[in-house]
Ligand binder design. Structure first.
Ligand SMILES: Nc1ncnc2c1ncn2[C@@H]1O[C@H](COP(=O)(O)OP(=O)(O)OP(=O)(O)O)[C@@H](O)[C@H]1O
Length: 796
C-alpha cells in the first residue's frame, strides 16, 4: 500500500472522526495528523476516553502500530512509535551518531542516563530541512536506526512536513519586507488566504517579478560538524575569488535570456509576524535566510575572532546549524547556563560581518556583552555603541554594533531627545543580525515590537531553557525561528565545560508541635511559613552548611521567603542579601564571599536566582522555593554550573533542596525538579543526615526553643509568607552574569541515598575522563577554522 493510503488507514482509530479515505486531500491528512500527533491534545483525548491511569495515554498510540522487530534490532538504537515519539538507547555503540542525527530532526524531551526521548514535530522537521536534510534522507536514516519498520503515519508526517518547506521566504530589501518565491503560483496560493492578503502593502499591484539574485550554488554541506565524537569536518574547498563587479555585469548581459526570475509581494512592516505565523499555520512555512556573502548593499563590519579565541565543539555545532550553506538562518540556540552563549553570539556576529544589534534583559548584561566582544574579537571599541538609560552613543562608521535592552527598544513613553535620535538611527537602517539574549523571558508582545523596530536579515535567539510555565514559548518559533540546537547538559558536564552537580532532596520530618499547627485549618500562607520554619529543616540547613564549609565549599542558601531568610541567617550568624539590601552592602558581601576565607556562606533571596556570576560558589541549599517553577530551579542550578573549580580532581558541586515531609513542599519540589530530571540529573533523597543528632550546638534542640520559634511563626503576619517582589537589576556589573536563562515537564526521579554517597568519592572515574577529554579538545585546536568556513564565498 502506498504510504498515503496506509496512513489514511492508520488514521482510522477512535482518536479521529471517521475519515473517508478517498475524499481526504493531502492538506486534510496533514492537518489531521498534526492534530493527532499533538501530545497535549492526545493527552486530553485519552483522558476524555477514561484512560486507565494517568500514564496510559502515553502508550496508547503505540498499540496501533505493531510492527515486528527487525532481526538485527539489538544493533539499532531507536524505537519510533506511530505518533512520532522516539526513544534512543544511550548505551548503543552507535549512540553518538544517532544522537547527532536526532538533534537535527526532533525535539529532545528528556535525556536521562540510559534512555533519551525525542519527538518529531513540524518545527523540528522544518529545521531539519533547513540545515540540509532531505525528507528521503530523514526517512532513510530513521529507518536505518529504528528497531522496527517505520509506521506509515510517521512517513506521511515527515513527507508532508518537509515537502512544503522552502517554497517561499521572507526577505528584507531596502528596509521593507517581501514574501518571495521562484514559483508565482505559491505566492498566489498565499494571497488567496484572507489573513495574508490583508497584510499586503501593495494590494492593488500584481506580483513583482525580477531577476533572481545571482547567488553562489546552494552547496548544502550537510550536517556533519567537527566535534568531539566525530571526525573533524573536511577542509573547506579553496575560496574562489569573487569576480569583479564589471565582470559580473558582463556575465549578466551574456546570460540575459536564462536569468531565473523571482516573484514577490510586499507586506506591511508591522504584519511581518502575523504573516510568518499564518504561513506556518497553513503548512507553507517561510524561511528566513541571509546570504550575507552576497549582500553588497550593507556596509561590512570589520570584526573577526581574535587569534587566541577557540570556540568549543558544541558552540561550533550550534553555529553550524545556523550557518550551513554560507547563509545565516534565523533560529534559537539553547545551551546551559555557563556554557558560553555570549561567545556563540559573538562568533555569529563575526560570521555575518554586517551591523549587529544585541538585545539583553538588563543594563548590566549590556556592559558584559560589550566587554566580551572586546575580549574575544578584534572589534574597535568605538564600533560598539551602547544604548541604555545612561548611555546613548552611536557608532561612527557605516557599520557597527549596538547593544541595548529590550525595554529601551520597546518603551515608547517619554523618550528623551537623545533617545529618540538613537531609536531613529536604529529604525532607519537594515541590520545584518539581531542577537536576542535570554530570549525565553521576553514576552511575545514585546518581541513583536522589537521586530517592528529592528529590521534585521537574521535573528539569533540565545537561551539556557525554552521553559515557560505559560505556553508562550511556541511564539518564539515564528518571532525568531526554529530551535536550531539544544545541548546535552550531561555531556557538557562530563567534558568539564560546566560543573558536575550532585542533586539531593533532603526530607525533614516536621516536629510534632509544628505539624499539629500545620494540620489545623489555617491560611495557605501560614502553612507555608510553618513548613519553611520547621525546626528540623533549620537543623538540616545548619548541618549541611557546616559539613560543606569544612569541605572547603562556598555555599549559597536560597530562600524566596524573606521572613525565613532573615531568621535563618541571623540565627546562624551569616550574611544575607535581599531586595532591600543597599547596592554598596550587596557588593561588599559578594566581594567578601569571593575573597574572604572567613565568609563561606551567604543567604540570598530570589534576587540571586539570575544575573549573578559567582564562580566561587560550589554548593547551593534551597530552603524555600517558589511553588513548582522548573525555570527557577534550572536558574538556581545555573549559579553553580560555572564553578571555577569544576575541573579539579574529584570535584562535584552540590545542590540541596530542603523539604518538610508530608507538606505541600513535597509536591512542589518534585514538580520543580522535572526539567533537571529531563536533563539527566538524578535527585537523591536523603531521609537522614548521618551525625546530625550528635551535634552539641544544634539550634532549636530543646522543646522550649522550638515552642518559642512556633510562637514567632504564629504571630507572623500572612504577608510574611509572601514572595518577594523585585523590580529592576540586582547587582553591579561586576557580579552580573549574562544569564538568567532558564526551561520544561514531568515527574521527578528519586533514588534513596545518604550524605556520604553524595560527597564525590565515587565520581573519581568521571573526573579522570573529563580531564583527558579537555586535553583532547585543546589538542584539536579549532582555532577559528569555523569562522573561515562561515565566511567562505560559495563557488560560482
Ligand atoms: N570557547 C570558550 N573558551 C574559553 N572560555 C569560554 C568559552 N566559551 C565560554 N567561555 C567562558 O565561560 C564562561 C561562561 O560564559 P557565558 O557567560 O557566555 O555563559 P552563558 O551561557 O551566557 O551563561 P549564563 O546563562 O549563566 O549567563 C565565561 O567566563 C566565558 O568567558
Amino acid at each position: 500500500m502506498p504510504p498515503k493510503r496506509k496512513a489514511q488507514a492508520a488514521l482510522d482509530d477512535d482518536d479521529f472522526d471517521e475519515v473517508e479515505e478517498e475524499a481526504l486531500s493531502d492538506q486534510d491528512t496533514f492537518d489531521k495528523l498534526k492534530q493527532a500527533l499533538d501530545p497535549v491534545a492526545m493527552g486530553k483525548r485519552a483522558r476524555a476516553n477514561h484512560a486507565v491511569d494517568a500514564a496510559s495515554f502515553l502508550f496508547k498510540k503505540c498499540d496501533q502500530w505493531d510492527a515486528a522487530l527487525k532481526p538485527d534490532h539489538a544493533n539499532r538504537p531507536l524505537w519510533v512509535d506511530d505518533a512520532g515519539h522516539i526513544i534512543l538507547e544511550s548505551f548503543s555503540p552507535i549512540f553518538d551518531e544517532a544522537q547527532d542525527f536526532l538533534i537535527n530532526i526532533a525535539e529532545p524531551q528528556s535525556r536521562v542516563s540510559r534512555i533519551h526521548e525525542y519527538t518529531l514535530t513540524p518545527h523540528s522537521l522544518f529545521a531539519a530541512v533547513s540545515v540540509g536534510h532531505s525528507s528521503q534522507e530523514i526517512i532513510d536514516k530513521l529507518e536505518r536506526y529504528s528497531k522496527t519498520t517505520l509506521s506509515p503515519s510517521v512517513l506521511v508526517f515527515i513527507e508532508k512536513s518537509t515537502s512544503s518547506f522552502g517554497k517561499a521566504k521572507i526577505v528584507l530589501k531596502k528596509n521593507m519586507y517581501f514574501i518571495e518565491s521562484d514559483d508565482a503560483s505559491v505566492l498566489q496560493r498565499l494571497l488567496r488566504d484572507p489573513v495574508i492578503a490583508s497584510c499586503r502593502a501593495d494590494a492593488d499591484a500584481g506580483l513583482i517579478q525580477e531577476a533572481a539574485p545571482k547567488l553562489g550554488q546552494m552547496a548544502i554541506p550537510g550536517t556533519k560538524m567537527a566535534g568531539i565524537n566525530q571526525p573533524t569536518q573536511a577542509a573547506a574547498p579553496p575560496v574562489e575569488p569573487r569576480p569583479s563587479d564589471m565582470i559580473a555585469a558582463l556575465r549578466v548581459d551574456e546570460d540575459e535570456e536564462d536569468v531565473a526570475q523571482v516573484h514577490s509581494f510586499r507586506i506591511e512592516d508591522q504584519e511581518r509576524n502575523q504573516v510568518i505565523k499564518r504561513c506556518q499555520d497553513i503548512g507553507l512555512p517561510l524561511t528566513e535566510e541571509y546570504d550575507f556573502n552576497n549582500d553588497f548593499t550593507n556596509t561590512n563590519l570589520d570584526i573577526d575572532l581574535n587569534a587566541h579565541t577557540q570556540i568549543r565543539y558544541y558552540q561550533e555545532k550550534a553555529l553550524s546549524k545556523m550557518f550551513s550553506n554560507s547563509r545565516a538562518r534565523s533560529g534559537i540556540i539553547v545551551l546551559p547556563c555557563g556554557a558560553g552563549k555570549t561567545l556563540v553570539g559573538i562568533t555569529a556576529a563575526c560570521g555575518v560581518k554586517k551591523s549587529i544589534m544585541v538585545l539583553c534583559t538588563s543594563a548590566m548584561s549590556v556592559v558584559q556583552w560589550r566587554n566580551e566582544f572586546l575580549k574575544w574579537s578584534n572589534i574597535k571599541p568605538e564600533d560598539i555603541a551602547v544604548f541604555t538609560s545612561e548611555s546613548k552613543n552611536l557608532f561612527p562608521r557605516g557599520a557597527g554594533i549596538i547593544i541595548s535592552t529590550y525595554t529601551m527598544i520597546t518603551s515608547t513613553k517619554n523618550r528623551s531627545h537623545d533617545s529618540a535620535q538613537v531609536m531613529k538611527f536604529i529604525q532607519d537602517r537594515e541590520w545584518g543580525l539581531l542577537i536576542a539574549d535570554e530570549v525565553h523571558v521576553v514576552p511575545a508582545a514585546m518581541f513583536k515590537k522589537v521586530t517592528y523596530s529592528i529590521k534585521s536579515h537574521a535573528k539569533l535567539g540565545l537561551t539556557a531553557t525554552l521553559l515557560r510555565e505559560d505556553d508562550k514559548i511556541e511564539d518564539l518559533n515564528f518571532l525568531i525561528g526554529p530551535k536550531l540546537y539544544e545541548a546535552n547538559w550531561q555531556e557538557l558536564s562530563e567534558q568539564g565545560h560546566i560543573a558536575k552537580v550532585q542533586c539531593a532532596e533532603v526530607w525533614c520530618q516536621m516536629t510534632p508541635e509544628f505539624y499539629a499547627e500545620w494540620l489545623k485549618p489555617s491560611s495557605v500562607q501560614k502553612r507555608a511559613l510553618l513548613s519553611i520554619m520547621n525546626p528540623r529543616k533549620f537543623q538540616a540547613c545548619q548541618f549541611l552548611i557546616d559539613y560543606h564549609e569544612r569541605r572547603g565549599d562556598k555555599i549559597i542558601v536560597f530562600s524566596d521567603n524573606v521572613y525565613a531568610l532573615e531568621k535563618y541567617a541571623k540565627k546562624l550568624q551569616k550574611v544575607y542579601i535581599y531586595g532591600g539590601t543597599t547596592q554598596t552592602e550587596r557588593l561588599r558581601i559578594l566581594e567578601n564571599f569571593q575573597h574572604n576565607a572567613d565568609v563561606n556562606t551567604i543567604f540570598l533571596s530570589k534576587i540571586g536566582d539570575t544575573s549573578l556570576d559567582l564562580p566561587e560558589a560550589t554548593c547551593l541549599i534551597q530552603i524555600s522555593s517558589h511553588y513548582g517553577s522548573r525555570r527557577q530551579e534550572a536558574q538556581r542550578l545555573g549559579r553553580i554550573l560555572r564553578a571555577k573549580r569544576r575541573n579539579d580532581e574529584g570535584f562535584n558541586a552540590f545542590f540541596y533542596s530542603l523539604v518538610s515531609k508530608d507538606t505541600d513542599e513535597m509536591f512542589y519540589s518534585s514538580k520543580r525538579q522535572a526539567f533537571l530530571v529531563d536533563q539527566g540529573y538524578a535527585f537523591k533523597v536523603i531521609t537522614r543526615l548521618e551525625g546530625l543528632e550528635q551535634r552539641p550546638d544544634l539550634a532549636f534542640s530543646t522543646p522550649q526553643d522550638r515552642r518559642e520559634l512556633l510562637m514567632d511563626v504564629l504571630l507572623a503576619k500572612d504577608a510574611d509568607a509572601d514572595e518577594e517582589k523585585i523590580a529592576g537589576d540586582m547587582f553591579g556589573s561586576k557580579f552580573a552574569s549574562t544569564g538568567s536563562r532558564a526551561k520544561r515537564k514531568n515527574v521527578a526521579r528519586r533514588t534513596a541515598g545518604t550524605l556520604s554517597e553524595l560527597s564525590g568519592g565515587q565520581d573519581m572515574a568521571y573526573i579522570e575522563y573529563s580531564k583527558s577529554r579537555n586535553k583532547e579538545l585543546k589538542k584539536k585546536g579549532m582555532k577559528n577554522d569555523f569562522l573561515r568556513k562561515l565566511t567562505k564565498v560559495p563557488k560560482k
